[in-house]
Structure formats: structure tokens, C-alpha cells
Design a binder for this molecule. Structure first.
Ligand code: UT7
Length: 323
């Protein structure tokens, strides 16, 4: 018997306000057509005044708990992947813990920008396999609208707010690739690429700062690195491209999603795409897409899923999980 971290429930939450591309035409030298054709984005959600990352994360978590038929006190650990916590500290995760009414267990944030959810899944898997926790609530939650420079057309049209949550539970498997749960992992980072994507705030400026991105250079890195990390994670699980039921990629740009699927030799019919509705929600994009994929009836129990993401750092990685 082999211990596995298996999926118990998934859920998401999107802020009420939907911002269509046309809204940016009013203030910037841009068009709906440019945004759609260069990125695939049609609309995104922005959080309301007073609505923060922990609020979105807690709502996504409540939806995942409801799907799993669990109570907050059934959870041993809460991990929030985010680059936009409500405060510098304490963690968004302890705020989510408080909002859920959890008074036991432990909670902490993981910061690997757009790869944050993949890193958090790997971390949750480690907690479960090492016996530190039986049930882990893994959340990706972001309010990137708060770090957008609304005068920079090259970045502000690309990002959105939202949250997704997944509950992983310890379960015995047979130790084969037919087991449900996390089957393969691949994590990477390379700090030499810092200047491709960063926020110019923090202790250095003592302000929150704004996103700075070299979009084109990042684009070229993305397709290459996403395909190779997905390949490595599959190989570590003893699986190949033909075994994949769904790719659930980080949703930054439809052209990156298509380019990566092509490199992997997987048809776009097997890719969950939500970028048109959510924009790039950084660490929230994969759990949002997983939850929407289940809601749409695309992802079903037993399906083999590959998630892959890349972002600031650069940090990138992939997780193979049988749903
Ligand atoms: O989540 C982390 C990972 N993120 C990513 O991986 C993002 C990767 N990068 C991208 O998705 C794409 O590079 C972008 C969508 C950001 C940009 O697409 P692109 O095809 O790489 O365009 P570009 O940056 O080469 O810009 C092409 C032109 C430029 O004008 P010139 O220099 O050719 O005259 C830009 O100034 O498009 C211009 N441009 C815009 N035009 C209208 C940039 N932003 C806009 C805009 N509206 N919003």
C-alpha cells in the first residue's frame, strides 16, 4: 500500500464585478480586438473596495468544503498560494483560517507567484505523505487588481482577481499510476530571470508597487519551460502524453496555452481554458480552472490531469494528479 494525497473537493469564488475589455478602451490606447487576439482575454473580475485576498480565498474554501461534505474543523492545514496577501503579515492563510471559524490546525502562505498553486500542491502532498496532516486545504487566491498600473496598457489589461480551493486527503493506494491522487511533481526556479516579471514594491520602496513585465521575453520562456516541466512530471509518474485526459494550465495567455499543448502533442480538446473569462489570476488560475472544469463536466473522477504554471522568479512547475 502507498499513501496518496487524493482530491476530496474543489471550489472557487469570483468577485461580482466583471470588467470587459471595452472598459480599458475608455482610458488607454488599446482595443478589445488587441487584447483578445494577443492574449485570449475577454473579461476579468475585480474585487470590490474592502474585499481582499483572504475574503476570496475563504469563499472558495467554503465551496470546496461543501463539495467534500466536510466542516472547517475536519481540516488539519491551510495553505494559501498568493502574491497579494491582505497584509505583509500575518499570512492570508491564517486570515482564511479565522474566516472559516477554524480554531485548530495550522496555516501558512506560499509565494511562488503564478506557479504558487503548483508549489502549494507539492507542499500539501509532502505534508500528507510525511504524516504531518491528513486533510489539507490548498487555496490559490489573488487580488492582482491592487498591483496594476492602470496607465500601463502592456500589463493592466492582462490580470484579474479570484480564488480556487482544493481539499487533499490521505488515502491508501496500490502504488501504481492507476491510483487516485498526486502521482508526479516537478518544481523549478531560476532567479537570474527576476527582471522578466516583478512588482517594484515591498521593503525596497516601502510601497505596494506595480507589476513590471517584459511580456515578449517571458512568453518565449513560458512555452519552452511549461512543456518540459509537464514532461518531467509525467515521466516521474511513469506516464506519457497519451495518458493525459486534461491539461489544466496556468491561464496567462491563450497563445502560451496552445503553444504548450502543441509542444506536448496534446489536442486543445483536452485543455481546460478559462483565460477568456478570468484573465491571468496568477496563483488562483489553476484551482479556478480545475473547479470550472469540474462544473462544466469536463473533469471527472479517475481522469489524469496535468497542471503546469510559470511566473515571476522565474518559478515554474507541474503536478500530475489522478482526479
Ligand atoms: O503569469 C505569468 C506569466 N505571464 C506570461 O507568461 C505573459 C507572457 N507574455 C504575454 O502573454 C504576451 O507577451 C503579451 C500578451 C504580454 C504581449 O503580447 P506580444 O504579442 O508579446 O506583444 P508585444 O509585447 O511584443 O507588443 C506588441 C505591440 C507593441 O507595440 P510595438 O512596439 O510593436 O509598436 C506594444 O507596445 O503591442 C503593443 N501593446 C499594445 N497595443 C494595444 C502592448 N500592449 C498593448 C495593448 N493594446 N494593451
Amino acid at each position: 500500500m502507498t499513501l496518496r494525497a487524493t482530491v476530496k473537493g474543489v471550489g472557487h469564488y469570483l468577485p461580482e464585478r466583471v470588467v470587459p475589455n471595452s472598459e480599458f478602451e475608455k482610458t488607454l490606447d488599446t482595443t478589445d480586438e488587441w487584447i483578445r487576439t494577443r492574449s485570449g482575454i475577454e473579461r476579468r473580475h475585480f474585487a470590490a473596495d474592502g474585499e481582499y485576498t483572504s475574503d476570496l480565498g475563504a469563499k472558495a474554501a467554503q465551496n470546496a468544503l461543501a463539495m467534500a461534505g466536510l466542516e472547517p474543523d475536519d481540516i488539519d492545514a491551510v495553505i494559501v498560494a498568493t502574491s497579494t496577501p491582505d497584509l505583509t503579515f500575518p499570512s492570508a492563510a491564517t486570515m482564511v483560517q479565522q474566516k472559516l471559524g477554524m480554531t485548530q490546525g495550522f496555516a501558512y502562505d506560499i509565494q511562488a507567484v503564478c506557479a504558487g498553486f503548483v508549489y502549494a500542491l507539492a507542499n500539501a502532498n509532502g505534508l500528507i505523505l510525511s504524516g504531518q496532516a491528513k486533510r489539507v486545504l490548498v487555496i490559490g487566491a489573488e487580488t492582482f487588481s491592487r498591483i496594476l498600473d492602470f496607465t500601463d496598457r502592456a500589463t493592466c489589461v492582462l490580470f484579474g482577481d479570484g480564488a480556487g480551493a482544493l481539499i487533499l486527503e490521505a488515502e491508501e493506494g496500490d502504488g501504481t499510476a492507476d491510483d487516485r491522487g498526486v502521482l508526479g511533481l516537478d518544481l523549478n526556479s531560476d532567479g537570474r530571470y527576476k527582471d522578466l516579471l516583478y512588482v517594484d514594491g515591498g521593503m525596497v520602496s516601502q510601497q505596494t508597487g506595480f507589476i513590471v513585465m517584459q511580456g515578449n521575453a517571458l512568453f518565449r520562456q513560458a512555452v519552452e519551460k511549461l512543456a518540459s516541466t509537464a514532461d518531467s512530471a509525467l515521466a516521474k509518474a511513469g506516464l506519457g502524453h497519451d495518458d493525459v485526459d486534461w491539461i489544466v494550465p496556468h491561464q496567462a495567455n491563450i497563445r502560451i496555452i496552445q503553444g504548450t499543448a502543441k509542444k506536448l502533442g496534446v489536442s486543445m480538446d483536452k485543455v481546460v481554458v478559462t483565460v477568456q473569462d478570468h484573465g491571468n489570476t496568477s496563483a488562483a488560475s489553476i484551482p479556478l480552472a480545475l473547479s470550472v472544469g469540474v462544473e462544466r463536466g469536463q473533469i471527472k473522477r479517475g481522469d489524469l490531469i496535468v497542471t503546469e504554471a510559470i511566473g515571476g522568479g522565474l518559478a515554474w512547475g507541474a503536478v500530475v494528479v489522478r482526479w
